[in-house]
Design a protein around this ligand. Structure first.
Ligand code: FE2
Ligand code: FE2
Length: 270
């Protein structure tokens, strides 16, 4: 890679839940999401060249999975974010954090964005070596599917106008297009068409990268490349039936950027 190139990693759906493991529905399998993320971090540490930064794509902490009967408080989420922070301290680079449907904004901000007031929405843009990045927040409290509210869409429009000359990559947790899986397509980004309309009007947006679906997918739509990244823990089951997920293998995405062009690959940790 030449001096003007860089790489980043997209880690998503880490699902840290302090005090428990993920009992995979329809099976007796207990999956340790801490252990799988630690293995992923070790592999990221060994990447050569190293990543300039990591994007954490949402569903970062999910103690709610251990208590499906009620809504947890921010204080009850705190131990899971503390555990996540401790594990991610092993990354060789800084991290940008995003919300997923399982996350809690106040607890995430307290642990991972302590410089922000705790109610600050978790959407923002940032730049690296001439490339612009947009991280969106599709979380809606109490919902498994997602949406981007009017204020966020208006901000996105302004942000893209202000960065019209920079190749741009957008991140969003929920999938804005159907992925062709009956169960997951019941919980997409509900106003995905609206988002795709905005991105389509700004030709500098080259890629959109999502999580949530715990599987890898690549779709080309004209100039836009749509990708999903597998989870750092369990993956979408490829077999039909009651079981929605299979244990592992943990995965993540590496994206190389050079001369405004991007390439990426998924790494599975076996
Ligand atoms: Fe997830
Ligand atoms: Fe999700």
């Amino acid at each position: 890679m030449t001096d003007d190139g860089f790489r980043f990693v997209h880690l998503t759906d880490t699902h840290i839940m302090a005090g428990g493991t993920w009992r995979i529905r329809g099976s007796d399998v207990e999956f340790d999401t801490d252990a799988s993320l630690r293995r992923v971090v070790e592999v990221v540490r060994a990447l050569d060249p190293p990543p300039a930064f990591a994007v954490l794509g949402g569903d970062l902490a999910s103690p709610d999975i251990l208590h499906r009967e009620r809504t947890l408080t921010a204080a009850e989420y705190a131990p899971s974010y503390a555990r996540l922070k401790e594990i991610l301290a092993g990354l060789p680079c800084r991290a940008h954090y995003m919300m997923g449907n399982h996350d809690n904004l106040e607890a995430l901000n307290r642990a991972l964005r302590p410089e922000m007031p705790v109610t600050t929405p978790c959407y923002y843009g940032f730049d690296h070596t001439g490339v612009h990045f947009v991280a969106l927040d599709s979380h809606e409290p109490g919902h498994a599917d997602g949406a981007l509210d009017a204020a966020q869409l208006a901000w996105l429009e302004r942000d893209l106008v202000a960065h019209r000359d920079a190749p741009t990559i957008a991140f969003v947790h929920h999938h804005p297009w159907p992925i062709g899986h009956a169960w997951l397509d019941t919980m997409p980004l509900r106003n995905g068409a609206e988002l795709m309309g905005i991105l389509g009007r700004h030709g500098q947006v080259r890629w959109i990268i999502g999580g949530h679906v715990h599987t890898e997918q690549v779709i080309q739509r004209e100039a836009l490349t749509l990708l999903t990244t597998p989870s750092t823990c369990i993956q979408l089951s490829k077999t039909a039936g009651e079981t929605h997920f299979d244990p592992g293998p943990p995965g993540f995405r590496v994206v190389d950027v050079r001369d405004g062009r991007l390439s990426s690959y998924v790494v599975y940790v076996r």
